[in-house]
Design a protein around this ligand. Structure first.
Ligand code: SF4
Length: 166
């Protein structure tokens, strides 16, 4: 499989973050919203009705949020069928989105690791982990792939320390 995009594309997403994530009333969000409930600002077409005024309306948190490509990937997995049109899809899409976020968060870390001065063996390990993760739709902290990635990233600590001193 080719590497999935790690850049959010809201145009090809069914607004999963606007449903799946919880937020607390704060300087980042104007309201409280539990996970699994559509934001009241979401239109029926997966589009935010206050998109142009998010900051002034008190939703800076939405501007800051980045799903790193997980949203559109889950939407594609469901063939762009929507939890807004079919309530039976809400829980499966919610679960798939949370799982895919963990996959993409780790893919972002591995992509950053590729910028380090890796030796041949480290490059090979990185490539293997990226390939394995690219095919995954779940990567819980307890999974073997998550543990392998954690161990690999920890093994790069000396390189990271060297980079921060440069
Ligand atoms: S304010 Fe707009 S972008 Fe933020 S969660 Fe609600 S619908 Fe989505």
């Amino acid at each position: 499989m080719t590497s999935p995009s790690l850049k959010a594309d809201c145009q090809t997403c069914t607004a999963l973050c606007c449903m799946a994530l919880a937020f607390d009333k704060s300087e980042m969000f104007a309201i409280d919203k539990p996970a699994g409930v559509a934001c009241p600002n979401l239109g029926p077409d997966h589009r935010c009705t206050i998109h142009a005024a998010l900051k002034s309306k008190g939703f800076q948190g939405c501007i800051n949020y980045d799903c790193e490509g997980a949203g559109q990937r889950v939407s594609a997995m469901f063939s762009m069928r929507s939890w807004q049109d079919d309530p039976a899809l809400l829980i499966p899409m919610l679960k798939a989105f949370h799982a895919m976020r963990q996959v993409h968060q780790r893919l972002v870390l591995l992509t950053a690791a590729a910028d380090l001065p890796l030796d041949t063996g480290q490059k090979s390990t990185l490539h293997r982990l990226q390939q394995k993760l690219a095919d995954a739709s779940i990567c819980s902290p307890q999974s073997q792939i998550a543990k392998d990635i954690q161990a690999f990233l920890e093994s790069l600590a000396p390189l990271l320390r060297g980079k921060s001193m440069n």
